[in-house]
Design a protein around this ligand. Structure first.
Ligand code: B1M
Length: 215
């Protein structure tokens, strides 16, 4: 098989032996690190999600796939193009309470950081109080909340209600597989206010939105 196909299969199989050689080979063939992630690796992760969702793959194997994804991103990250110049604006970024999924969140971190933003990544399972605290402490220009579980979409709306109650006036970006644009633009906007909360379909969408709110 070609290194491209092997990489996708490595994510599905959670197979890390020789991973770096394949990544290096694909880069030598002219692939850009972010394109490797967005096409080859995320294609593999999509298959993992389907197998997991249909009961054909068990959790420990999904974890191996996630670890392979993380190792790949860590290997590719130093090879990504970086904008120079001063830091443009600050985002406090978290995966919401009760949710451990962080691959998408960490991609958002990498892409914003490489484009000159300062990202305060406070991690997974973050209660809203921690997000608000960090936003105040770091004088955030934006807050990013990620979450992949259906449950997390409800938590996000509740968080927005609490942020409103706390008098917070920081634009919020929401992202994650279980969200829909409709849910964000209808329910979440009701909880936090029009023009203050936006839906990011993927990490690049997040970058565009960050540029709009912060520059
Ligand atoms: Co979980 N899991 N998982 N899981 N897992 C999903 C989400 C699921 C859809 C799988 C399925 O059933 N098909 C399902 C959710 C079902 C639901 O809620 N309806 C699910 C489940 C059920 C669970 C557990 C409950 C399983 C269990 O314990 N029985 C459990 C939950 C634990 C918890 O959170 N409390 C669990 C655990 C895990 C692992 C730990 C094994 C592992 C996560 C490891 C980790 O992240 N460190 C895992 C994985 C890997 C997945 C799938 C297979 C892949 C997720 C992923 O990393 N995708 C996932 C299937 C799926 O998503 N369809 C699944 C790649 C990543 C880059 O995509 O994070 O969506 P994503 O990010 C995208 C966009 O969404 C967006 O940008 C990225 C692309 O550029 N984005 C943002 C995300 N956040 C953003 C923020 C932004 C902007 C854009 O701005 C702020």
């Amino acid at each position: 098989a070609k290194a491209e196909d092997r990489l996708k299969q490595r994510i599905i199989d959670g197979d890390r032996t020789g991973l770096e050689d394949d990544l290096a080979q694909v880069m030598a063939e002219g692939w850009k690190p972010l394109d490797i992630i967005n096409t080859l690796l995320l294609d593999g992760m999509k298959v993992v999600g389907e197998l997991f969702g249909s009961g054909k793959m068990q959790l420990p194997f999904v974890l191996q796939s996630a670890e392979t994804m993380k190792a790949s991103v860590a290997f590719l990250e130093p090879h990504m193009e970086k904008a120079d110049g001063q830091q443009k604006a600050t985002m406090v970024l978290a995966t919401v309470k009760g949710d451990v999924h962080d691959i998408g969140k960490n991609l958002v971190d990498i892409i914003l950081t490489n484009n000159g933003y300062k990202v305060i990544n406070i991690g997974i399972k973050q209660p809203v109080a921690e997000i608000i605290k960090a936003a105040k402490e770091h004088k955030a220009d934006a807050i990013g909340m990620s979450g992949l579980l259906v449950k997390s979409t409800v938590i996000m709306r509740e968080n927005l209600e609490e942020m409103t109650a706390a008098g917070l006036d920081v634009p919020v970006l929401l992202g994650g597989a279980a969200l829909t644009r409709k849910y964000v633009e209808e329910d979440c906007v009701k909880a936090y206010g029009a023009g203050r909360v936006a839906y990011a379909r993927d990490a690049f969408d997040g970058l565009d939105l960050m540029a709009k709110v912060a520059d």
